[in-house]
Design a protein around this ligand. Sequence first.
Ligand SMILES: Nc1nc2c(ncn2[C@@H]2O[C@H](COP(=O)(O)OP(=O)(O)O)[C@@H](O)[C@H]2O)c(=O)[nH]1
Ligand SMILES: *[C@@H]1O[C@H](CO)[C@@H](O)[C@H](O)[C@H]1NC(C)=O
Ligand SMILES: *[C@@H]1O[C@H](CO)[C@@H](O)[C@H](O)[C@H]1NC(C)=O
Ligand SMILES: *[C@@H]1O[C@H](CO)[C@@H](O)[C@H](O)[C@H]1NC(C)=O
Ligand SMILES: [Mg+2]
Length: 380
Amino acid sequence: MWRYLVPILLLANFSNANKSIDSNGYVMYCPCMGRFGNQADHFLGSLSFSKKLNRTLIVPPWISFNSGGRNGFIPYTKWFKAEPLSSYHRVIMMEDFMNDLAPSVWPEGVKSRKIYCHRFAMDRSEDKSTCPAKFGNPFKPFWDNFNIEFEMSMAFPSGLSYQSTKEQWDEAFPRNENPVIALMGAPASYPIAEADRYLQKYVEWSDEIRAFASDFIEKELKRPYLGIHLRNGMDWKRACRNVKGSIKYPYMSSPQCVGFSQTKPFTHEMCYPQKEAVIEQVTGIIKKSGAKSLFIATDDQSFEKEFKQSFLDNLLDVDMVKLDHDSLVKDMAILMEADEFMGSCASSVTAFVVRKRNILNKPNSFVGMLNDDKPNKTEL
Ligand SMILES: Nc1nc2c(ncn2[C@@H]2O[C@H](COP(=O)(O)OP(=O)(O)O)[C@@H](O)[C@H]2O)c(=O)[nH]1
Ligand SMILES: *[C@@H]1O[C@H](CO)[C@@H](O)[C@H](O)[C@H]1NC(C)=O
Ligand SMILES: *[C@@H]1O[C@H](CO)[C@@H](O)[C@H](O)[C@H]1NC(C)=O
Ligand SMILES: *[C@@H]1O[C@H](CO)[C@@H](O)[C@H](O)[C@H]1NC(C)=O
Ligand SMILES: [Mg+2]
């Protein structure tokens, strides 16, 4: 009896949709630029690119940078659900691909493990014909984490780019000989292309994060509540120095504030607002919305003392709430559910929250920006 059960179970396992081989091939990439928010922009762009090519996207883990220590590799499914992605396009988690499919689709030692890059990237290598996929951090640790060694480098033919069509990609890299297109970085832009912003719809929190957020909101926050994302650490101050006065080109995630067509200038005050302006704007939103609590998420300063004073001065009875530990994903999950939101224009963390709130039809505002400055509502 048992003897028969085992093969049947195995068979059932292999018939899982995510374990069958996609004869159209795969796209694999290293989320090698920036921290969470940047990686998220790149993820959505890569999802869109894979759909265009009609190849399965191999979803990489998030790279987290631990101070002093080794990088962390957090499987996509630790924080988010895999299934909703599949209603947009075929995906497989990188961990599953490497364990279950790579031995047959992408075996080692037979020159199937090719890395693809621009010719100008190759020029950085010693022999001028190798994609420098494993030079430095986070590049090398990422591929090493999956024991991936590249056996061959392939240059994009001139003119081929991530904007090229499916036909151009198929002609450059026919599917039979190129089942897996592995890329040194995401086949996507930062900031994300406007047309891809709605893909946030398919990014849904895992049950664990969702449960944490609803529990926290119920226990710790009185509705309506205002959620704010304050991006004001040293790295941010430094980054905003590049915005002298005002500029008219996209800077980090600024298009979410000033529009993708760059009709409005992006100012230093939008990038790194004065503390006083933050306090005043938050107090104003609370007055207008009647918010009963304020949830603060920040990478650095939360201005609690100053908020408290301002609420006293304005006779506002508002609870101030923060997480008692550093968790970006939990912060974002709570911000997404807020009745009112104020974020930081140029931050990709704010952008992650705002894209979801747009889909949920929740209001957004940005620090350093008056409401009537808002770009026209983007189509979603
Ligand atoms: N816990 C927590 N961390 C944050 C918050 N905002 C920023 N950070 C940290 O700062 C990093 C900012 O880098 P990134 O994700 O690239 O976003 P950006 O630089 O704001 O565009 C995040 O990945 C977090 O590690 C926040 O509200 N809460
Ligand atoms: C994409 O691939 C799937 C799976 O092989 C196939 O069913 C579908 O027709 C393809 N779509 C296009 C537009 O070629
Ligand atoms: C793939 O299948 C495994 C079970 O075999 C499951 O745990 C996992 O969630 C599936 N992944 C996707 C992307 O559906
Ligand atoms: C926004 O909409 C208004 C009125 O509908 C229009 O006059 C204006 O040009 C639009 N601005 C942009 C940046 O599209
Ligand atoms: Mg950043």
